[in-house]
Design a protein around this ligand. Structure first.
Ligand code: S3P
Length: 438
């Protein structure tokens, strides 16, 4: 089990890129595998989560090759998957397992899906329940609440589903199942979650109706879609660690190039800007139906703000690093309506509270959020280096590393192999920014 040792080393400076967006990479692999013909997915995320999705398609007869110019996927059309001989291992990926369950429910073969210890603790009832309403035959631990899931492919029918949670994984799972169902599948979510599936459907020319928060997809289309090259934008959720690091460490000036700035994901930029951060979006453009920009961030003094339920979906993965920003801001930050954080790779409300307290932060859990009293930008009140752990959660590991950059003394984070799930090369990117000092 590896660890990461962080010793504060002055400002972060320079221009870097980050891995391709993890969410978009999953979707690009799935829709390319179901397309007719060969696609190249360039700048894709090589994190373990996406590689596991790639491997599941290879196990279902899709040829996928990692080449220098990208991932080469030989799509076999909507009905081209074949029965896998072994259980499909989604590793740590909630997106992988939930999207695949939707896709596999309507196939004409049997499959099982599983993942690591964290995945086997995460709620699957939120997808199993509506899929069963569509006619899916899914068995799993605790009545289908937990993986492993065994899926006996069956003939699905469209339903109209009002999701109780704003979840892109639930929405995307049902849209994929809907492609195989008789009739139309409608899904409505309470607030808009990330819309990468919708954008990629449109990019590939897959018909999708959108009416406010209600999406409708026609099942069993008579014509499929043709393969297309996809360029994946940089992952804003990965860039967020450097954006917060550069905001907090005095004298920093960092540019992250080609980052996805899809408005259903940019909560972190809006919240940080409201807290006083200095973030510029430069060179805005579009890639494969997704907005992209270069982000320049310079150090600034931050202040606390209230963050309410309406801002959670577009910021969902950035709360661990936003906690670090809040702990070092002036005044109070409150986060409410964020109960979903308790069912991520770890219970992020509990894990961030425990770990930041070890460094001297004033942070308190509530049922569905956090109350943080920031230290402010004084020289006297600072975090202190500590022995921390990640709980196997990649975003907790990287957030604690950034917290360590602002502390007195050394911070050691245990159990950091998990960083590989989304951000291979995180440590070397951080070193690159630290060595460009002066
Ligand atoms: C994701 C959706 C989010 C996010 C996850 C990736 C996706 O989950 O937390 O890291 O790719 O669809 P929910 O929208 O299901 O909460």
């Amino acid at each position: 089990m590896s660890s990461l040792t962080i010793t504060p080393a002055g400002p972060l400076k320079g221009t870097i890129s980050v891995p391709g967006d993890k969410s978009i990479t999953h979707r690009a692999i799935i829709l390319s595998a179901l397309a007719e013909g060969n696609s190249t997915i360039s700048a894709y995320c090589r994190g373990e989560d996406c590689l596991n999705t790639m491997r599941t398609f290879q196990a279902m007869g899709i040829q996928i090759e990692e080449r220098p110019d990208g991932l080469r996927v030989q799509g076999k059309g909507l009905w081209g998957l074949t029965e896998p001989r072994q259980p499909l291992d989604c590793g740590n990926s909630g997106t992988g397992i939930r999207l695949l369950t939707g896709l596999l429910a309507g196939q004409d073969f049997f499959s099982t899906l599983t993942g690591d210890e964290s995945i086997r603790r995460r709620p699957m009832g939120r997808i199993v329940k509506p899929l069963r309403e569509m006619g899916a035959r899914i068995a799993g631990r605790k009545g289908g609440e937990f993986a492993p899931l065994a899926i006996t492919g069956s003939r699905l029918h469209g339903i109209a589903y009002d999701s109780p949670v704003a979840s892109a994984q639930v929405k995307s799972c049902l849209l994929l199942a809907g492609l195989y169902a008789e009739g139309t599948t409608h899904i409505t979510e309470p607030r808009r979650s990330r819309d990468h599936t919708e954008r990629m459907f449109r990019y590939f020319g897959i018909p999708l109706r959108e009416d406010g928060l209600r999406l409708s997809v026609q099942g069993r289309p008579s014509v499929g879609w043709t393969a297309k090259p996809v360029t994946i934008p940089g992952d804003l959720s990965a860039a967020a660690f450097f954006i917060v690091g550069a905001s907090l460490v005095p004298g920093s000036d960092v540019t992250v190039t080609s980052v996805g700035v899809n408005p259903t994901r940019t909560g972190v930029l809006e919240i940080l800007t409201e807290m006083g951060a200095n973030i510029q979006l430069l060179n805005r453009r579009d890639e494969a139906g997704e907005p992209v920009a270069d982000l320049r961030v310079r150090a600034a003094s931050l202040h606390g703000i209230p963050i309410g339920a309406e801002r959670i979906p577009q910021t969902i993965d950035e709360f661990p690093i936003l906690c670090v920003a809040a702990v070092l801001a002036e005044g109070e930050t409150t986060i409410t309506g964020a109960g979903e954080l308790r069912v991520k790779e770890s219970d992020r409300i509990a894990t961030m509270t425990t770990e930041l307290r070890k460094m001297g932060a004033s942070i308190e859990e509530t049922k569905d959020g956090l109350i943080i009293q920031g230290l402010g930008a004084t020289k006297t009140k600072r975090l202190r280096g500590a022995a921390c752990t990640s709980y196997g959660d990649h975003r907790v590991a990287m957030s604690m590393a950034i917290a360590g950059l602002t502390a007195d003394g050394t911070t050691k984070i245990q159990d950091t192999d998990c960083i590989e799930t989304s951000f291979p090369g995180f440590e070397s990117k951080l070193l690159e920014l630290l060595t460009k000092n002066g």
